[in-house]
Design a protein around this ligand. Structure first.
Ligand SMILES: Cc1cc2nc3c(=O)[nH]c(=O)nc-3n(C[C@H](O)[C@H](O)[C@H](O)COP(=O)(O)OP(=O)(O)OC[C@H]3O[C@@H](n4cnc5c(N)ncnc54)[C@H](O)[C@@H]3O)c2cc1C
Length: 387
């Protein structure tokens, strides 16, 4: 068994690390306090080809594997989870859905804009009354001649105000739940599509999360993505990809939090010695390091399954679930290591603590990941379990 990265993967990891330390780390605190997305860093990421890492070169991307994408999400996640998730949603949820289900004409029209052209995309599935259960979504799309008219509301749309196009899911067979869903590519300036204000949030304040309103929103029929009523398989494949990406971002966030705690433990002195000398503190550090290494191996294994064309859905759920837990536990313990300073906005650990909480929610909640893992296990016993 060979666990090492290839020379090319190591080279890209170094490139991602350099980029993050220069362009992302210095503005992580600022974008949180200003509650403003990292627009300049995203432009520079686009210029370096980092917004199209797994998109094939023929469509303007870098044509790299999932494992290399996880290295990118990890490096960015170490310093700024808002930026890591912004890019992950753009790349693995939205752009890759166009690669996955688009016609040749759609791929040629949209992917170069998203992979290297500096434009961002969003993925609008969730609705006010349809979160964990997307089959119950109420946005409808009806076709008249050469146009689909979309009616409904999408909330929690990450990148909603930054995106020049949205991948939107609507029912084209109301009452048919998942079997009646279709996907659409919706340009941001489409008639009757209104992007609401940025949502204020507990953490990830550098993200741009919006509600989007469709009131007879016009979408040309050629912007149907995949087959009519064929949206659900696109969602399922997108979930697998994004869970892997979020797990990698969580790995980075956990590593970043651990580094903050370790540095603080070395510098902070109480009872005449660095607190790193205290076994209670050492135990926190050791526990987190163990979780992080377990997570790293699960992320790498899941990426390997994906890169070798194997079914990786269950592992993506496991990795996402473990990632959310490891990041939350590490941020919590490292805040404890900081003592009262950890509760101060002046210390980065307080931002990380707020940010990582979202990992248990987006891309499917912890409860839904556990269901997905259990479903796979009971499937093997011939028992179908329901969410
Ligand atoms: C920061 C952030 C970014 C997001 N970005 C996007 C995005 O870009 N695009 C998008 O479409 N959505 C996005 N979302 C929405 C996200 O996918 C949903 O929040 C998530 O799917 C849960 O849906 P909900 O919030 O409606 O909760 P609900 O589904 O109402 O769940 C409420 C609680 O009940 C539990 N629950 C529900 N059903 C079950 C069940 N069957 N078994 C056990 N427990 C259950 C849940 O786990 C949760 O604890 C984002 C969310 C966040 C927080």
């Amino acid at each position: 068994m060979d666990f090492s990265l290839t020379e090319e993967q190591q080279m890209f990891r170094n490139l991602f690390r350099e980029f993050t330390e220069k362009e992302v780390a210095p503005m992580a605190e600022h974008i949180d306090k200003a509650e403003a997305p990292p627009v300049e860093a995203l432009k520079r990421a686009a210029a370096q080809g980092f917004l199209g890492i797994p998109i094939p070169e023929q469509y303007g991307g870098a044509g790299l594997d999932y494992l290399t994408y996880t290295l990118f999400a990890e490096e960015i996640g170490k310093h700024c989870l808002s930026t890591a998730i912004t890019v992950t949603i753009h790349t693995l949820l939205a752009s890759m859905s166009i690669l996955d289900a688009g016609t040749e004409a759609q791929k040629q029209a949209y992917l170069p804009r998203l992979a290297g052209g500096g434009e961002l995309a969003s993925f609008a599935l969730t609705e006010p009354d349809a979160g964990s259960d997307p089959g119950s979504l109420r946005t409808v799309a009806r076709r008249e001649d050469g146009t689909f008219y979309l009616d409904g509301v999408k909330n929690w749309v990450s990148n909603g105000g930054l995106a020049s196009l949205h991948v939107v899911f609507a029912s084209t067979e109301p009452g048919q739940r998942h079997q009646g869903l279709s996907a659409f590519i919706v340009e941001k300036d489409s008639p009757c599509v209104v992007v609401g204000h940025r949502e204020p949030t507990l953490g990830l304040r550098g993200m741009d999360i919006r509600t989007i309103y469709f009131e007879d929103g016009h979408v040309p029929a050629e912007n149907l993505l995949g087959p009519l009523n064929g949206g659900w398989p696109i969602v399922l494949r997108a979930f697998n990809r994004v869970r892997l990406g979020l797990a990698a971002a969580a790995l980075g966030a956990a590593e970043g939090a651990l580094a903050l705690g370790v540095n603080f433990a070395v510098e902070r002195r109480q009872f005449g010695a660095p607190i790193a000398q205290k076994q209670a503190i050492q135990n926190y550090i050791a526990d987190c390091a163990v979780e992080i290494e377990a997570l790293r191996h699960l992320v790498r294994y899941t990426a390997w399954l994906a890169d070798t064309g194997q079914d990786y859905g269950r592992y993506a759920s496991m990795a996402k679930y473990l990632g959310a837990r490891a990041a939350k536990e590490t941020a919590n313990k490292m805040l404890q290591v900081h003592g009262g300073y950890g509760f101060s906005d002046e210390y980065a650990i307080s931002r990380v603590y707020r940010d990582v909480r979202a990992l248990r929610l987006l891309g499917g909640t912890d409860e839904i990941q556990r269901y997905a893992v259990a479903r796979g296990i009971f499937d093997e016993k011939g028992l179908k379990i329901q969410p």
